[in-house]
Write a protein that binds this ligand. Structure first.
Ligand SMILES: [Zn+2]
Length: 88
């Protein structure tokens, strides 16, 4: 479990994440692992969800962690980008 501390602005596939309810663009982060096989079979892959809490209204958005190929960097990168918001 990776817990990022602090407040972040988030991009999903190069699109800025904005709260649907209050248009805030700052979120706190928590990583959640979900079991893919609830029937007790061997788990090969754990599904990782990144959940983001709106720092203004507390609404929660969840996104599945995935990679995409970045042609500029020539490597696999996460579709989710984090930019920490520095407190004044
Ligand atoms: Zn909000």
């Amino acid at each position: 479990m990776v817990r990022r501390r602090g407040t972040y602005q988030i991009k999903i596939r190069d699109k800025q994440l904005i709260c649907l309810f209050c248009q805030n663009d700052q979120f706190q982060h928590r990583e959640v692992y979900l079991d893919l096989s609830p029937l007790g079979e061997t788990v090969k892959d754990q599904l990782t969800m990144q959940s983001f809490y709106c720092t203004s209204c507390g609404n929660i958005r969840m996104f599945q962690e995935k990679n995409r190929f970045d042609h500029t960097l020539q490597k696999q990168v996460s579709i989710i980008e984090y930019s920490e918001v520095l407190k004044e």
